[in-house]
Design a protein around this ligand. Structure first.
Ligand SMILES: Cc1ncc(COP(=O)(O)O)c(C=O)c1O
Length: 333
């Protein structure tokens, strides 16, 4: 049922039809719906899938955070709808444990939905196999590409095969809000028509669609490479989460693993005070993810830091940031 009490049935086995654009400006199709934030878009797709009234669950990766300021962009829409959630483990580099996911999917009630999160812009190396598995079991896939707008729209490495895709524009651009729901099936597009409840049309942030995604992506990738090269000098205190830039990734930030939580916090607050736009995404995981059950997730959350790779960053700023980190590390030892 939707919020207005209408029964909605969608045939998820049919799969999405492909969409595509590879360079220059984004080609917004008639299947894009705009919302204030990605979480609103997520809520709309959860309602459309009618998971709760069909006895299903939302199946999520065991790496979901919250903060007192932002809440949990992923978990709040689930809780607000009183839906049940199940979690599948992720490895310590956020790669999906596919065998484990398979058993969670097989044990979940029918009419569940699978959420895949392309953390920091990286599509999982097994994305295609995971989507095939979900399709085989008749489970719709929601690709949370909140951080992966450029991986999807410039590289087409994700966001094509899930039934629904979420983008968070304020996570990728210098705007205050913006959420996109991209619907890859006719069936879902019919259930969530343009102009349906919660959507926006004339928002100021839509100007970001004018940006050249290729140029923007190239700048992010170049900054990422510069940064990981400089970070070699900080090992083993600070090590990139991934050894190189993973295939198909336009990075939202450069995630790094710090040797301990105290140093992570010192780096975070020190860099912030110095004016660097550093983040510590997922520093606190939602309560449903108990530390005893999801050890790898908690271990990572306690040590991770997200360094900036925004296109506006210059090479000199990258150098200055790493030098400053080096001085903080020296001071802490
Ligand atoms: C992975 C992920 N998905 C979804 C969201 C929600 O994004 P928004 O703030 O646009 O609702 C966030 C951010 O909170 C996020 O990190």
């Amino acid at each position: 049922m939707d919020r207005h009490g209408k029964q909605m049935m969608v045939d998820f086995k049919k799969g999405p039809s492909a969409v595509g654009r590879v360079s220059g400006r984004v080609n917004r199709t008639s299947r894009w719906r705009l919302y204030p934030r990605a979480r609103d878009a997520f809520g709309a797709v959860l309602d459309a899938l009618a998971i709760g009234c069909r006895g299903g669950a939302v199946i999520l990766p065991a790496y979901v955070g919250y903060s007192s300021r932002e809440g949990s962009g992923v978990y709040d829409p689930i809780q607000e709808r009183s839906l049940s959630a199940r979690f599948y483990p992720v490895c310590d580099d956020l790669t999906v444990d596919v065998e484990h996911l398979k058993s969670v999917l097989e044990e979940s009630p029918q009419s569940s939905a699978l959420v895949l999160i392309h953390y920091f812009g990286r599509p999982d190396p097994e994305l295609a196999a995971i989507i095939r598995l979900a399709r085989h079991l008749g489970v719709p896939v929601i690709e949370d590409a909140a951080h992966a707008y450029f991986s999807a729209e410039a590289l087409a490495s994700c966001g094509k095969d899930g039934e629904a895709v979420l983008y968070s524009m304020h996570k990728m651009f210098d705007v205050h809000e913006g959420g996109v729901l991209k619907l890859n099936t006719e069936a879902l597009a019919a259930v969530i028509p343009p102009g349906a409840a919660g959507q926006v049309c004339d928002a100021d942030w839509v100007r970001v669609f004018e940006e050249d995604v290729t140029a923007h992506s190239q700048a992010r990738v170049a900054n990422y490479h510069k940064l990981v090269t400089r970070l070699r000098a900080l090992a083993p205190a600070v090590v990139p989460l991934w050894p190189g830039l993973p295939v198909g990734t336009v990075p939202q930030t450069c995630p790094v693993r710090v040797s301990n939580t105290t140093l992570r916090d010192q780096l975070y607050f020190g860099l912030k005070a110095e004016g660097f736009v550093v983040a510590s995404l997922y520093h606190t995981l939602i309560r449903a993810l108990e530390p005893e059950c999801f050890t790898a997730s908690h271990r990572l959350s306690e040590r991770m830091l997200n360094l900036p790779v925004a296109p506006s960053m210059t090479e000199a700023e990258v150098d200055r940031m790493v030098e400053f980190m080096s001085s903080l590390i020296t001071r802490s030892t």
